[in-house]
Design a protein around this ligand. Sequence first.
Ligand code: HAM
Length: 418
Amino acid sequence: MKKTYNNIRGTLDFDASQALTFRAISDEAQRIFGLYGYQEIILPLLEEKDLFIRGVGQGTDIVERQMFKIEGKDVVLRPEGTAQVVRYYLQNSLHKKSDFHKFFYVGPMFRGERPQKGRLRQFHHLGAEAIGSDSFYLDAEMILLSLEILDSVGIKEKKLLINSLGCKKDKDAFSRLLKESLTKAKKQLCEDCLRRSEVNPLRVLDCKKEECRKQVKSFIGQDGSSNHLCSDCSKNYKNLTNLLKDLGVKYVHEPYLVRGLDYYTNTVFEITSSRLGAQSAIGAGGRYNNLIDALGGPSKPAIGFALGVERILLALDKKDDQPKVDVFIAIAGEDLREPAFKILNSLRKEGIISDYDYCQKSLKGQLRFAQKNGARYVVIVGDDEFKQGCVLLKDMEKGSQKQVKIGDLCSELTPAVN
Ligand code: HAM
């Protein structure tokens, strides 16, 4: 038997109707990014491995376990966009050209995770990054922007979780305190948390296991990281949450939200959907006020987020749109193939979505094919009509048909299909 192939586990094939839904989501997101003043950048899928080690953090799941390396090279398939955007920003010295920049990007990301529902090895981000401002109004803009995109593509049921990790000083102090406390409870921690308590203690707050949560709670109480903010960070977070309240944005303060990437400081947020199961985050983001500095640039505050397109599709759980053809050209005999092909091309030139039979089907077979593929009209090129410079125009919805001069076909169809 000849060998056939399947797609790689954790990757998805989008069929034509899923691709149409995917495209509609990314088009709508691009419209809204534009409305908020974000400019699109398209960056490579390949980056230096070290960029993510330094950017995302040595002790993170992404760097420790999930990067797809290109064999024999210090190059990886990008696991996320933020470190990459900062690389682009610094490489082009954009900080010297303007003190504030806003970018958005749409594209695939790669993480070698154990695949499950909503957790893929190749997935797509709709992401935004704004570099050069520490204003809490910008934090609010990011949150509003992510919610508006989700709303607009049809995600009505969702929950916004926010927290503040504080500035680097706050975060480091909290991390130290947590590490000290966790060493006393080593026996009670799961294997993952035991490792994390050494390399990345904040991540222990993320653990969903009952015993680990109990231990963490006993050390840091209900307030998680937010109890450990300096007065500036605390005021900033209050300003943001008050603004969100004023704007009527519903949120849940989640003191245990720390996020799995090391670059975050201050505001972090996640948007979840109850329709997603275990992998409930549909999008997430936050401030990374020290990342630009850490990657060799000047000290610049920044914030961003990314939404996962495949998780949006899962949460929508709607029937995909069917790609449609406005007009199908059917021929009554092979000798009419060439004139019909010319008619097909003249319709396409007028922007009418048209198609034609390439498989030598009978007229009946062509009509069946047109109906199955949702053609709104069928143009039948028949011998008798063609001799008179005419075709038959069949309305597939109404079931009616009429004779139309070939020269009038475009003007007859244009208003009907628009
Ligand atoms: P992230 O939380 O790793 O953040 O990813 C953002 C979103 O991408 C998640 O909320 C989820 O919807 C989707 N996602 C992540 N991993 C997978 C996966 N394996 N399969 C399917 N979907 C996934 C970041 O990547 C940050 N760069 C976001 C950011 C931008 N922060 C600041 N700026």
